[in-house]
Write a protein that binds this ligand. Structure first.
Ligand SMILES: [Zn+2]
Length: 440
C-alpha cells in the first residue's frame, strides 16, 4: 500500500511524519474524561486531543473489540453466557480461561496471560507494571522482525479503573505516557500511534465508598420465577452472572415469563432501564416510561426509530428534535446510526436506539430476551468474585458513564463524536487496518 498517497487524500489527516510503522494500543476501561483531563494537563501531547468514542452496548470488551476487528458476532456478552442452541448456561471460568469468548484476541500481538487476569483486580498496579514491561518486549520483537503493524492490548487499565480513585488512575496512566515517550524516542519519527479504549466506566457516586451488589436473582425469585441453568417450562429464567457489571441479561422460557420478569424488574430503584425483545421490536422501560425501538433495512443500510408510548425512557426528546431539524428522519421517523450518534452523543444514553438494537440482535449470538442497565452504585455478578473485591467503578450498561471512551492518534486528528463502527471505517481508510470491517 502506498500509505502516503492514500492518507494525503483523506480529510482530517494531518501528515505529522513520514511514519512507516503503526503501533495500535488497545486499552480497557479508560473513560473519555480520564484521557481528556490528562491531555489538558499536558500529558499524552504526542497525540492530537482525544476524540469522544461511543462504545457499543453492552459496554463490554469482547463485543466492542469484536466489532472493531470485524471478528464478531461474539458468542456471549461475556465468557459466562446462555447458549441458546444447547439451552444452557456455559461454564464461565473454563470458557474464559481458554479465551472462548475472545475471537478478536487472534488479531493482537500481546495480551496478558489469562491466568494472571484472575489476580488483576487484587493487584492492579503490579499487573499493570508487568504488562507495560512485557508489551515493550513484544513491540520490539514485532518491529525487529520487520512488521509494519504492532497491536498491543493492555487489560490491566480495566483493573485500575475498577479498583482505584480517579487521581490514582491518572497517576498510573502517566506511566503509560512515559512508556510511549520512550518508544517514540527509540523508534524516531517512524512510528504512528493510535490509542483507544473499549468502553468507559461508571464511578461510585459521591458519598459512597464502593459499589454494592444488587440481588437480581432474589427479585426474580420473589416474583415467583425460577432461576436456573436451563429453560424447561413456563416461569423458568436463565440469568448469567460472571463479571461484576452494571448490565444484566435474562433469557426466558416464553413470552409470558418474559412479561413477568419485566414487571418484576422495571420499577426497582436499582435499575435504570429494562429492554425486552418483543418479536421484531424492542420495548424500553424506565419506571413508568415506555418506548419502542424499531429497525429497518433500506438497501443494506439500517435505520432506527424511537417511539415513546409513555414518557421518554431514553431521555431523547432533544435528540429527536435535533434529528428532525437536520432532516435526518425519514417519513416514518427512522434515522441512521450515524445520525443518532451525531444527535445524541451528549444524551444520558448516547445513541441509545441503535446501540440497544445491535446489542440485543446483532453483536452477540447470545440475543437475550431482556437486558437490564443498572443505576450508579450497583452491580450484578458472581457472588464468589464479589467477596474478594471492593469496586469503585464498573461498566456494561447503556448509560453515558460506561459508554464514553476515547481514541487519539499521533498523526491523525480524529473528530468527535464517533462510534466504534465509524472508527473502524476511518482506520481502514487511513491505515489499511484493522484487517476486516465490521459485519452485522
Ligand atoms: Zn471491566
Amino acid at each position: 500500500m502506498n500509505a502516503t498517497e492514500e492518507r494525503n487524500g483523506a480529510p482530517g489527516y494531518v501528515a505529522a511524519s513520514a511514519a512507516r510503522r503503526l503501533l495500535v494500543l488497545l486499552l480497557d476501561g479508560v473513560a473519555y474524561e480520564r484521557m481528556r483531563g490528562l491531555h489538558d494537563a499536558g500529558y499524552f501531547r504526542r497525540f492530537h486531543p482525544p476524540a469522544r468514542l461511543i462504545s457499543v452496548f453492552p459496554t463490554l470488551t469482547d463485543p466492542a473489540y469484536d466489532l472493531l476487528f470485524g471478528s464478531g458476532p461474539t458468542p456471549g456478552y461475556e465468557a459466562g453466557y446462555f447458549d441458546r442452541p444447547t439451552n444452557r448456561l456455559t461454564r464461565a471460568l473454563p470458557t474464559y480461561l481458554r479465551g472462548g469468548n475472545e475471537a478478536w484476541v487472534r488479531h493482537v500481538d500481546y495480551r496478558l496471560s489469562f491466568f494472571i487476569d484472575a489476580v488483576m483486580y487484587l493487584f492492579p498496579r503490579w499487573v499493570y507494571r508487568g504488562e507495560l514491561r512485557r508489551a515493550r518486549q513484544v513491540l520490539d520483537d514485532c518491529l525487529g522482525a520487520g512488521r509494519d503493524v504492532a497491536v498491543l492490548y493492555l487489560l490491566s487499565t480495566d483493573g485500575l479503573a475498577h479498583m482505584l480513585e480517579p487521581a490514582e488512575i491518572d497517576a498510573q496512566l502517566v506511566q503509560l505516557d512515559d512508556w510511549i515517550g520512550r518508544a517514540t524516542t527509540d523508534y524516531g519519527g517512524e512510528l504512528e500511534i493510535i490509542m483507544l479504549s473499549d468502553h468507559g466506566l461508571g464511578r461510585v457516586p459521591a458519598g459512597c465508598t464502593q459499589l454494592e451488589r444488587f440481588d437480581l436473582r432474589g427479585v426474580l425469585c420473589g416474583a415467583g420465577l425460577r432461576v436456573g441453568r436451563r429453560l424447561r417450562r413456563s416461569g423458568d429464567v436463565a440469568l448469567p452472572l460472571f463479571g461484576l457489571l452494571d448490565v444484566a441479561r435474562l433469557h426466558t422460557h416464553d413470552a409470558d415469563t418474559r412479561r413477568r420478569a419485566v414487571a418484576a424488574t422495571r420499577r426497582c430503584a436499582e435499575i435504570e432501564l429494562v429492554a425486552e425483545r418483543d418479536g421484531e421490536c424492542l420495548r424500553v422501560y424506565a419506571q413508568d416510561a415506555v418506548a419502542t425501538i424499531d429497525c429497518r433495512n433500506d438497501m443494506g443500510a439500517a435505520r432506527y426509530r424511537y417511539e415513546p408510548e409513555c414518557g421518554d425512557p431514553l431521555r431523547l426528546a432533544d435528540a429527536c428534535r435535533t434529528l428532525g431539524r437536520a432532516g435526518a428522519l425519514d417519513a416514518d421517523g427512522f434515522a441512521t446510526a450515524d445520525a443518532w450518534v451525531a444527535a445524541s452523543a451528549d444524551a444520558d444514553f448516547p445513541a441509545g436506539p441503535p446501540r440497544l438494537w445491535e446489542g440485543v440482535f446483532c453483536l452477540s449470538r447470545e440475543q437475550p430476551d431482556i437486558v437490564i442497565s443498572l443505576g450508579e452504585r450497583w452491580y450484578v455478578g458472581s457472588g464468589l468474585l464479589s467477596r474478594f473485591v471492593r469496586m469503585r467503578g464498573t461498566h456494561g450498561g447503556l448509560h453515558k458513564r460506561a459508554t464514553e471512551t476515547f481514541v487519539m492518534a499521533t498523526g491523525l486528528n480524529i473528530g468527535s463524536p464517533l462510534d466504534l463502527r465509524q472508527l473502524a471505517g476511518l482506520l481502514r481508510r487511513e491505515f489499511g487496518w484493522p484487517p476486516a470491517l465490521p459485519g452485522c
